[in-house]
Design a protein around this ligand. Structure first.
Ligand code: GLV
Ligand code: MN
Ligand code: MN
Length: 418
């Protein structure tokens, strides 16, 4: 089977070029959720829905949806989704590749006038990336009933309340209680994503069929010391919050490396966001907070790590004029992708003559949230040098086309099984 018949390289290239470049101009590629650029990205996507002649809507969780309706009277639905938001100074493919690919899949069915026994929807899941409110995968968590009042009431540094932002974009947080009713009708929830690692490229493999997505949790550490003059206070007279933060950050890195080495399992921990106050060269830092991003396939390793880290933090607390604390801000458990859907992906790869590899994801994805409540699965395509969450992120259009063909074929197979 020739995969090029099931995707349109020119269409994908145009989509990546048009959506990928909607960015903060002085910080490519940045399209943060709820920013002007994000709204512009959604306008662009809505115009694509219009061109394809598919119906647009926004659900209670603020997900932007385009539906290719079945002519049969059915509530059953297959979702293909990803996200248009980016991290700060991110890339042009993370999330975007999946969105453009999904548009191409729907275009295939529309243009070829292929009727399906289920509705086929493209979802731009709201705010997949970690944001200043400390929570990723807003839209997919919303569908799965995993958001709550505490999360809605969070404020960012500029005072924006998360729930208000979700409502402003077209969601309805008052109705976001429990799973959305669509969940019971979902036959399959699919996503194409760049791998964001090096395995497929090194192995020269076309498609990664994802088996699992790790536990991802985020934690804030706060250190209160005492600000003071950097010239007058002797070294033994200080309560420098940044020094304590540095000690903890090194500990987090070294302890995670040890666990990863000794368990021989995926275990990573990163401190990538830090606030120092007052952040002046002539003032001893009086306050620091930082976020730990922790990902693990083993709950046992994760528990050991958090227990020992918390003990270290408690040992530092209330001594030598320091207050040190740790707080959990988000959690998503380890999930496995639906086995039947994985098998369908394998078959599609075999039918298309594309090479495949079953693999575990290191990154988090909206599909992980959906997998908690309905059949969900995803595929990876290679990306250059494994780089992602940076402007150098790159994927070959042809590789996106191969993945698109796999999803298209999979939907044809699902339709025939139905
Ligand atoms: C998603 O981009 C993640 O941080 O894994
Ligand atoms: Mn992504
Ligand atoms: Mn990402």
């Amino acid at each position: 089977m020739d995969y090029t018949k099931y995707s349109d390289i020119k269409f994908i290239e145009k989509g990546i070029n048009e959506l990928g470049v909607i960015t903060e101009s002085n910080r490519p590629y940045t399209r943060l959720v709820f920013s002007d650029e994000f709204y512009a990205g959604r306008d662009w996507l809505s115009s694509q829905f219009q061109m394809l002649g598919i119906q647009k809507s926004i659900d209670e969780a603020g997900n932007l949806i385009g539906i290719y309706k079945s002519l049969e009277k059915t509530e059953k639905i297959v979702i293909i989704g990803s996200h248009i938001d980016t991290v700060p100074s991110g890339g042009r493919y993370d999330g975007i590749a999946g969105i453009i690919s999904a548009l191409n899949v729907i275009k295939y069915f529309k243009n070829n006038k292929i009727e399906l026994p289920f509705n086929l929807a493209i979802y731009d899941y709201l705010g997949e990336e970690l944001n200043d409110w400390g929570i990723s995968c807003l839209g997919s968590r919303g569908i799965a009933g995993l958001l709550n009042e505490e999360i809605f009431s969070r404020q960012d540094k500029t005072g924006r309340i998360l729930g208000d932002e979700i409502d402003k974009i077209g969601g309805n947080t008052k109705l976001l209680k429990g799973q959305l009713s669509i969940v019971k009708n979902i036959i399959a929830c699919l996503e194409l994503h760049i791998e964001q690692g090096k395995i497929l490229e090194s192995d020269n493999t076309d498609i990664g069929i994802v088996r699992s997505i790790p536990t991802i949790s985020r934690h804030t550490v706060k250190i209160n010391g005492q600000a003071g003059h950097s010239g007058t206070l002797h070294m033994n007279q200080r309560a420098d919050a940044l020094v304590i933060a540095s000690e903890l950050i090194l500990y987090i890195n070294q302890f995670a490396s040890k666990i990863s080495r000794e368990s021989n399992q995926h275990f990573v921990s990163t401190v990538g966001k830090i606030n120092v106050e007052p952040n002046s060269a002539s003032i001893i830092p009086g306050y620091v907070d930082f976020t730990i991003d922790l990902r693990a396939v083993s709950n046992q390793s994760r528990d050991i790590f958090l227990k020992q880290l918390t003990k270290k933090i408690n040992d530092l607390d209330d001594k030598n004029n320091f207050k040190v604390s740790i707080q959990d801000i988000s959690y998503a458990p380890y999930v496995e992708m639906d086995k039947k859907l994985q098998a369908c992906f394998i078959k599609s790869c075999e039918d298309m003559g594309l090479s495949k590899k079953i693999m575990d994801s290191g990154a988090g994805h909206d599909t992980a949230q959906l997998a908690r409540v309905c059949p969900a699965a995803m595929i990876f395509i290679p990306c250059k040098n494994g780089l992602s969450h940076c402007p150098e992120e790159f994927a070959e259009i042809n590789d996106i086309a191969k993945g698109t063909s796999i999803i298209t074929k999979m939907i044809l197979d699902l339709a025939n099984q139905d």
